[in-house]
Design a protein around this ligand. Structure first.
Ligand SMILES: [Zn+2]
Length: 367
């Protein structure tokens, strides 16, 4: 059962873990002590771990979905939750929504049928994500049962639902829905209206059902951006996590504007950058320390792909940056992320490199 209604924590790692069934020995080298010691050394106080990934595999003995076929530890996620909880590190849990390649194979009838040639409906032989449409109640029901199974059995403060997207879908269910609501499927604006309505139904149903059973459970739905659609759009959310990877396609101008808008929505929020130069899933890369310093100072959260049993050296540099900000007095010892703190406080914010910070608080080159 979850611990609920606690303030969000800001020294967060988002531990991406999308692992194909073709990879053997998943978690074989996992060492709970080393895992936790790495985060403690960096004063990380929250680590988002995975229940179900884009491949559709679960990392615990799921009865709703299917465990990854090559799990060396039958309950890798549970082992992570226990180890983190013992060290007072929270473990929000991730569930992939519209990207679930296992279900795309089992239920091709749930796949998006795109009106235009886009990335959400790749060819059958194409190595790509065969996106699922949320207008299928059977899939929404499965997602809810998956979420319930996770929260009933693991100590987590909340869920991070990833990939809730407007896909330009014209599957039969979407055509039927558009007819029912007087929308014209030949018009792009009407298809977008339908996409938004379908996703809104999913979010509203999910939050209502989960909060009925787990009041106060944190819930966030990620679509890679905080759309400027007003507070009503975010009613099913308990907080916001601003995915904004400057070198992963978002650019360095994205986060400041997005954070400033998020601050008007009345929800706590934290940012999420990543170490990737091009996109997520890039292994073995190193981001320059100056870039990490800039991004962590603004965003707070940090996304990386877990592969192997301990963070790569680039993350140790990240750790040093957290410590660096602590000793500069930018943040309280267990809180980093300037704009995140601004969001929590709901006041106008600054940005270290844009020079809006008071000079005395501007980060200096360090170490
Ligand atoms: Zn559809």
């Amino acid at each position: 059962m979850p611990v609920t209604n606690k303030p969000i924590r800001y020294r967060q790692i988002h531990l991406d873990f999308h692992t194909s069934e073709h990879i053997p020995g998943i978690g074989a080298a996992f060492d709970p002590d080393d895992f936790v010691a790495t985060f403690k050394a960096a004063n990380v106080d929250s680590v988002t771990i995975f229940a179900k990934c884009h491949h559709g595999w679960s990392y615990y003995p799921s009865k709703v979905g299917a465990p990854h076929p090559n799990l060396a530890r039958p309950d890798l996620m549970g082992d992570m939750v226990k180890a983190l909880a013992a060290a007072d590190i929270e473990a929000p849990i991730y569930i992939s929504v519209q990207w679930d390649e296992r279900n795309a194979r089992l239920h091709p009838e749930w796949r998006v049928r795109s009106a235009t040639k886009n990335r959400f409906e790749p060819g059958q032989l194409q190595a790509a994500r065969h996106t699922l449409c949320l207008n299928h109640k059977a899939y929404r029901d499965e997602l809810l049962e998956h979420a319930r199974e996770v929260v009933r059995n693991y100590d987590t403060p909340g869920l991070f639902f990833d990939i809730v997207l407007a896909t330009d879908c014209v599957c039969q269910q979407c055509l039927d829905s558009m007819a029912e609501h007087g929308l014209d499927p030949t018009k792009p604006e009407d298809r977008l209206t339908n996409d938004e309505r379908v996703n809104e139904v999913f979010r509203a149903e999910m939050t209502a059902a989960l909060h009925a059973e787990f009041p106060g459970l944190r819930i966030f739905y990620n679509c890679g951006h905080i759309h400027k659609q007003g507070r009503k759009r975010f009613a099913p959310y308990t907080h916001l996590e601003l995915e904004s990877l400057p070198t992963g396609g978002w650019g360095y101008d994205h986060f400041p504007a997005s954070a400033r808008y998020a601050a008007t929505l009345g929800l706590d929020f934290l940012g999420q950058t990543g170490k990737f130069h091009l996109s997520r899933g890039e292994f073995g890369g190193f981001k320059h320390a100056d870039a990490l310093e800039y991004e962590v100072s603004a965003d707070g959260g940090f996304g990386r792909q877990m592969h192997g049993r301990r963070p790569a050296p680039s993350q140790w540099r990240h750790q040093r940056r957290y410590l660096c900000f602590d000793c500069l007095g930018l943040c309280p010892p267990r809180q980093a992320g300037a704009l995140s703190r601004v969001g929590k406080a709901g006041i106008a914010g600054g940005h270290p490199v844009l020079g809006i910070f008071p000079p005395r608080r501007r980060p200096q080159q360090h170490g």
